[in-house]
Design a protein around this ligand. Structure first.
Ligand code: SAM
Ligand code: SF4
Length: 327
């Protein structure tokens, strides 16, 4: 098995895979699945064996971090088995999960035992009524109990907040207080446009600089990016146990630090969140002896990765919503 790192023509090395294991979701977030989930695919999602082969092939090319995402990954009954299969692959040093948190109370401990060390939970509001309005589910209490369970178990815990004008930007102070009081990272993500959220995007998109300016005015200071960290700018303060991050895809140089690839729940390689298409790898996940061919195919496809997502130019590729491929 080769260990030459995966790099593209722009000198970027890819050590991080965001793997969607399920495109279905039980929430109806305004920015993602406002009309709820409708199955568009006939094929079932990748099996545990297919996922194991995929992880092994990527680990053989220097990739060491895998995030399990969706849709909602925890709607799969075998999510702990998936996590364990991935965590056992030689070379994989970190397995993370992105979740809406509705099953975290019961799942946090089994996922930790399976090898998950870090959990990102979407919590777009700390107000129950607003949370229900944004997500279509009155489940803040259950989700928050899941966050507390992760903290008790010592899991690295991040709260993802999609920043939206008039929907949750009035809560910046409450989120900052949370990051002071608890050892977790609150990360504000700029709302991104998709095929299905253009009205909301036009009304509610707010630049992450609003958060950065407020943090700086409240004496938070910017921290260096951790190894393998994403594009978030991170801030800490002397009296905080946690940190605040800002993910601003419209900012200059956002793509220059790109270190990630995506695979959809049906095995499609996505070279960029806003790509025009996926490249199916599933036919190369059917037996262990296909690994070399799978690796050659991925290396060839990386050559097609573009230098930028071209979001500021108005390009959003074929993205209907992020539940398609994990955000
Ligand atoms: N269901 C899980 C969750 O909500 O965390 C995992 C999948 S979700 C697609 C992954 C992340 O993408 C979440 O943090 C979600 O808030 C974010 N997201 C989805 N649509 C988005 C959009 N249009 N703009 C910015 N972030 C988005
Ligand atoms: Fe579901 Fe996550 Fe999309 Fe919300 S953001 S609808 S929880 S996939």
């Amino acid at each position: 098995m080769t260990t030459t790192p995966l790099t593209d023509g722009f000198g970027r090395a890819f050590h991080y895979l965001r793997l969607s294991v399920e495109d279905a979701c039980n929430f109806r977030c305004l920015y993602c699945l406002p009309g709820g989930y409708h199955r568009a695919e006939e094929l079932p999602p990748l099996t545990v064996d297919e996922i194991r082969r995929l992880a092994r092939a990527f680990a053989g090319m220097g990739l060491w971090k895998i995030r399990l995402t969706g849709g909602e990954p925890t709607v799969r009954a075998d999510i702990a088995a998936i996590a364990e299969a991935v965590a056992r692959v030689p070379g994989i040093r970190k397995v993370s999960l992105s979740t809406n948190g509705y099953r975290l109370v019961e799942l946090a401990a089994p996922l930790r035992r399976a090898g998950v060390s870090s959990v990102n939970v979407s919590v777009d509001s700390l107000d129950a009524a607003r949370f229900a309005r944004i997500t279509g589910q009155d489940k803040l209490k259950a989700v928050w109990a899941g966050v507390e369970r992760c903290l008790e178990l010592g899991l690295e815990t991040k709260i993802n907040v999609v920043l939206m004008k008039d929907l949750n930007d009035q809560e910046l102070g409450r989120f900052f207080e949370l990051a002071k009081k608890l050892p977790l990272s609150v990360r504000f993500i700029e709302l991104m446009p998709t095929g299905e959220n253009s009205n909301l995007f036009a009304k509610s998109h707010l630049s992450g600089t609003v958060v950065v300016e407020r943090l700086l005015s409240e004496k938070w200071t910017e921290k260096p990016r951790p190894e393998g960290g994403g594009p978030a700018r991170l801030f800490g303060s002397l009296d905080s146990l946690g940190s605040v991050g800002v993910i601003a895809p419209y900012s200059k140089d956002f793509c220059a630090t790109c270190n990630r690839l995506r695979v959809t729940s049906r095995g499609g390689l996505r070279l960029c969140l806003f790509a025009e298409a996926d490249f199916s790898l599933r036919h190369l996940l059917q037996s262990d002896d296909q690994t070399p061919e799978l690796q050659r195919t991925v290396r060839d496809l990386i050559g097609k990765k573009e230098v930028s997502h071209y979001l500021p130019e108005g390009k959003i590729g074929n993205v209907k919503h992020f539940a398609m491929m994990g955000g």
